[in-house]
Design a protein around this ligand. Sequence first.
Ligand code: KG4
Ligand code: ZN
Length: 339
Amino acid sequence: MLTLGIETSCDETSVALLRDENELLSHLVLSQLEHERYGGVVPELASRAHQQALLPMIERSLAETGLSPANIDLIGVTVGPGLIGALLVGICTAKSLALALGRPLVGVNHVEAHLMANMLLPNPPEPPFVALLVSGGHTLLVEVDDWGEYLILGRSRDDAVGESFDKVAKMLELGYPGGPVIEKAAEDGNPSAFPFPRPMMRDDSLDMSFSGLKTAVLYETRDLAERGGLEQAIPDLAASFQAAVADVLVNKSIRACERSGARCLVVAGGVARNTLLRNRLDATGSREDIRVIVPPMELCTDNAAMVARTAIHYYRQGRRDGLDVGAFATGALDWPVAK
Ligand code: KG4
Ligand code: ZN
């Protein structure tokens, strides 16, 4: 059984060929560089870049594995949430292939695919567990009773955590995407230099908030700029911001596990690449006797391997989507999971 996975929801064009459940034959990810100079993703540029890249990438994937389109048994494609124009490039390509090859099509929820990336691990987590989903668009704590059965325990009430990395990086003029550049700048910084707030950390609810933290960094940045000390303070600002984010995420994740009685915490999404977060979760997990599972770096950020894995999971359960399947822009784990 060969699944072609297609991902075009934001600024990564990605194609994967997955044999059965776990054998990744080919995996290509192209990160669009055209957005860097704008400090964020420009939707129209993203769509154009996907359109240019996607078909040649599918051809390359097939060529490097010695396969032909006729070998594809299933097509999985991200249908949302994401940028509509960008999603439509992937969806139209997937539908055309499904129609031309006479193969089934499964539409994939991007947020769920981040979580299901963990199914590709040699020793995948088995529900029930708690998941921390941290990406550019989402910050969720989820009780996973089974794959596909989700109870949202907490979420960010304002900015997603990845978004706050991106906004702080923009303030500090470090570039885009924010996560990796903040992490790099923080290497030489003191995480205790600025006592930034940990919003809602002690709050009873498992919800989170990151916009107050972002504003605190903004005020400090303005102050330092006025006093002429901004340049030297950037590593300390980055390290202090990152430490505040990690404190909140670790604290809430452990409490989510306690509350749901889970002994396993599964982390997913682009922010899961953050080394401080990974290390802090690992250390706290060992202390609290909670198994912490984080996918390898390349499966954290947007990729088509996770899309193919999600598609085959639902295909085995009998799901097939028609050629009328459309793109959706917002939401989290509500479609097509709860269909
Ligand atoms: O999951 P993802 O690739 O795309 C979405 O679905 O949003 O996540 C992208 C987000 C961006 O906000 C980026 O700044 C963040 O993940 N990110 C990181 C790191 N690498 C990527 N955040 C913190 N530390 C990192 N090393
Ligand atoms: Zn993503």
